[in-house]
Design a protein around this ligand. Structure first.
Ligand code: FE2
Length: 178
């Protein structure tokens, strides 16, 4: 039997309840790679997601969200950003996400300064998932059309988090994408 969205949500809830720290989130990453093997799930929930995002599930007890994301644009590059006090697991369904992880290189003592430098870039290919734990700064690039799933610890639109401008050495408070 295929590993369904319902199976994924149940396993994710169980992992987050039994392991509230990093190890629970690593388990979520592994569960998501199982879900991404389910072609019927991708056909039903991702194929039509040609832009923006859609909530597929929210767990009221642990507050995690499962979102479908997509773009048909191509040559799309996002700003470096954090996920505030939350975390995010990205899982690729179709196409490619080039993921870049950034290091914060200043000590945070100057409120007007935020310096970051690139640590690594890796391709997230279909079937693969990656965890960006609390405090990690990353950016995404989609050279072609792509579909992906993002699981977050809470609603990122409701928490304090920042985008970063590596050229101007600034961080900018991210506003809800209503
Ligand atoms: Fe992100």
């Amino acid at each position: 039997m295929n590993y369904s969205l319902e199976n994924f949500c149940m396993d994710t809830k169980a992992s987050l309840l039994s392991n509230p720290g990093s190890s629970g989130r690593k388990a979520v990453r592994a569960h998501l790679e199982k879900l991404l093997l389910n072609e019927a799930f991708i056909a039903e929930f991702l194929e039509t997601q040609n832009r923006g995002k859609r909530v597929l599930y929210h767990d009221p007890e642990t507050d995690f969200y499962v979102n479908a994301h997509g773009t048909d644009e191509g040559k799309r590059k996002g700003k470096p950003h954090d996920h505030g006090q939350s975390w995010a697991v990205y899982g690729q369904a179709t196409g490619l996400t080039n993921m870049t992880v950034w290091d914060r290189t200043d000590d945070g003592s100057d409120p007007d300064l935020a310096q970051i430098s690139e640590r690594e870039t890796f391709p997230l290919t279909p079937g693969k998932a990656a965890l960006f734990d609390t405090g990690i700064i990353h950016s995404t690039a989609h050279p072609t059309a792509a579909r992906w799933v993002r699981v977050t610890g809470t609603n990122l639109d409701l928490i304090e988090r920042y985008a970063y401008d590596p050229e101007r050495h600034r961080k900018i408070r991210m506003r809800p994408s209503l």
